[in-house]
Design a protein around this ligand. Structure first.
Ligand SMILES: CC(C)(COP(=O)([O-])OP(=O)([O-])OC[C@H]1O[C@@H](n2cnc3c(N)ncnc32)[C@H](O)[C@@H]1OP(=O)([O-])[O-])[C@@H](O)C(=O)NCCC(=O)NCCSC(=O)C[C@@](C)(O)CC(=O)[O-]
Length: 305
């Protein structure tokens, strides 16, 4: 049996400050979000998804988007991304000088309606002017394809739906797509089919994985994506998070767990695991709960002796 050949280097985008905190019921002060971003960049993260410019009525936790972006002491070489669902969000985001904006669509009609209040076709119409304005301003545009393997409202999602949305995103000039298992129901072969669907329209260098860990499959799914040559992943420090419109779904795969796995496989990330664990402890302590990262828990137990 041939051994899979894995990429030698992987880029992780920590989405903890955005995806991780968007669903928190109690307000997290902007100062804490800013401190978390600082800790992540000090740990070696080179891309951080900071916040979203969405309706504060829909996602109150992200209402401090501009304040958070303004408070970050930017580190050279680090890219800061934000979510922008429409032109209103983009115009507000633009003033805060993001390096990258994310338009977020879905492979499921029902999730599109629940999450962004429009159909898939309408979402593409809303994204098109965002993409045009962002690219004209030299801002990179990433697209997220939610519910790429399963939807909380429609159940299983066929890879053809992912290919369909990827094609629409490609047509309007989105530069990169993230294949997102929003509710963490995917298993390795299903995730590979979803990624292959995106690869029908995007090059390998322009596709990333975004796996929630609800069913404990996210690391296995990350490995399955690596086997296809995917080398970019969204992960969340301490495994924070969940989507307000995907009830019951847990956070993303913990950044610490992915870093531990990759380093163990001899794959470089540029991330200092100890500092990353400290960043996870910082935010978990603030939230008054234990980290969701198994690797961090094991290493913290060892540190405690
Ligand atoms: C997309 C909208 C805004 C459409 O919401 P809508 O109600 O259809 O928008 P609208 O254009 O009809 O406007 C209604 C009101 O919202 C305001 N509005 C309109 N746009 C904005 C904006 N950008 N920023 C601030 N305010 C905005 C607008 O000004 C107006 O205010 P009013 O006149 O009623 O006072 C809404 O549905 C929304 O905000 N949804 C939130 C979606 C969200 O943030 N979901 C979580 C992130 S996605 C995710 O987590 C998945 C991902 C990416 O991680 C990948 C994965 O795992 O799947």
């Amino acid at each position: 049996m041939p051994t899979a050949s894995y990429p030698s280097r992987v880029k992780l985008v920590d989405v903890g400050p955005r995806d991780g905190l968007q669903n928190e019921k109690s307000p997290v002060p902007a100062a804490v979000k800013i401190a978390l971003v600082h800790r992540l960049q000090d740990a070696g993260l080179r891309e951080i998804e900071v916040t979203s410019f969405v309706s504060p009525k829909w996602v109150p936790q992200m209402a401090d988007n501009a304040e958070v972006m303004a408070g970050i002491q930017r580190k050279p070489g680090v890219r800061y991304s934000v979510l922008t669902p429409n032109l209103k969000g983009f115009e507000a985001a633009r003033a805060s000088r993001p390096d990258e904006v994310v338009v977020f669509g879905a492979a499921s009609e029902a999730f599109s309606q629940k999450n962004i209040n429009c159909s898939i076709a309408e979402s593409i119409e809303r994204f098109a002017p965002v993409v045009e304005a962002a690219r004209a301003a030299g801002i990179y545009v990433r697209g997220a394809i939610s519910c790429a393997v399963g939807c909380p409202y429609e159940g299983e999602v066929a890879p053809e739906r992912v290919a369909y949305v990827a094609q629409l995103m490609k047509q309007i000039g989105v530069q990169h797509v993230g294949v997102a298992d929003t509710i963490g129901v995917g298993t390795p072969l299903k995730v590979q089919r979803a990624i292959e669907a995106a690869l029908q329209h995007y090059a390998l260098d322009d596709v990333s994985g975004h796996f929630h860990d609800t069913y404990g499959q996210a690391l296995a799914n990350t490995l399955a994506a690596l086997e296809l040559g995917v080398w970019q992943f969204d992960t969340s420090v301490a495994g924070l998070g969940g989507c307000p419109y995907a009830k019951g779904a847990t956070g993303n795969v913990a950044t610490e767990d992915v870093v531990y796995m990759l380093h163990g496989m001899g794959i470089e990330t540029g991330i200092n695991l100890d500092k990353l664990i400290d960043a996870g402890v910082y935010i978990s302590d603030f939230l008054g709960r234990k980290t969701q990262s198994r690797a961090a828990t094991a290493i913290l137990n060892k540190r405690a002796g």
